[in-house]
Design a protein around this ligand. Structure first.
Ligand code: MN
Length: 234
């Protein structure tokens, strides 16, 4: 790409649109061309301000999550038998997919499943201390909410490169894990109760290299009611 082209691409890119008026809470969902569709955000793009900024939410949902959905649909075009499965089932049965598309499915269906949960794990009414059964489970396992936070922050900070930190449940036990790329905990038979996306695309526009600040802010938007719902299903 020549310099002139690069400049044109930059000027035409999303960077200059930051100040433009955007209709809140109306992500566009094009007609599905495969088994999966992009779920709408359950709140307006700006709902998690100032912890997670509007622009990040827009790009993260409308571009990144959409790309996982679109890519997964493309990979499944000639595979009606795989398309019949739910995304979770498909991830548990990746060995049934042709080897040539297995990694693509793992990454993109994983990305779709992870992000679909991630939006629901946050709420403009979130934050604060956990409530209900998850509060008791956290105290029992980690001693206190604060000790749990320290361990979770460590997992999220130490994940090298792109990935996720999770609180998961398996066999009646909760634990903190982290996964690379878009690998969902269900690949290990674990149910995701709470997850934090630490890909740079999740925080870079507002926090740049300050991943720790993003993690600190994220605690203010956790929807503990949703975490309790996930625990009840575990
Ligand atoms: Mn992401």
């Amino acid at each position: 790409m020549g310099l002139g082209t690069m400049a044109a691409a930059f000027v035409g890119g999303p960077w200059l649109n930051r100040g433009m008026a955007q209709a809140p809470g109306t992500p566009t969902a094009p007609a599905p061309t495969g088994p999966y569709t992009l779920p709408p955000l359950p709140y307006p793009y700006e709902a998690l301000e100032p912890n997670i900024d509007t622009w990040t939410m827009q790009i993260h949902h409308d571009k990144h999550h959409k790309a996982y959905v679109d890519n997964a649909n493309k990979l499944l075009v000639d595979h009606p038998e795989l398309s019949k499965m739910s995304p979770e089932e498909l991830l548990k049965n990746l060995d049934k997919a042709p080897e040539a598309i297995r990694t693509g499915l793992r990454n993109n269906v994983g990305g779709h499943v992870n992000h679909s949960l991630f939006w629901l794990m946050m709420s403009p009414k979130g934050g604060g201390k956990p409530t209900g059964k998850i509060a008791a489970a956290i105290d029992k396992k980690f001693g206190s909410f604060e000790q749990f936070q320290t361990k979770f922050n460590e997992a999220a900070t130490k994940r090298f490169g792109s990935g996720w930190a999770w609180l998961v449940a398996k066999d009646g036990e909760i634990e903190i894990v982290s996964t690379p790329n878009q690998d969902p905990p269900l690949l290990e038979g674990q149910r995701a109760l709470l997850g934090l996306d630490v890909w740079e695309h999740a925080y870079y526009l507002k926090y740049q290299n300050r991943r720790a600040d993003y993690i600190t802010a994220w605690w203010n938007v956790i929807d503990w009611d949703f975490v309790n719902e996930q625990l009840a299903k575990a």
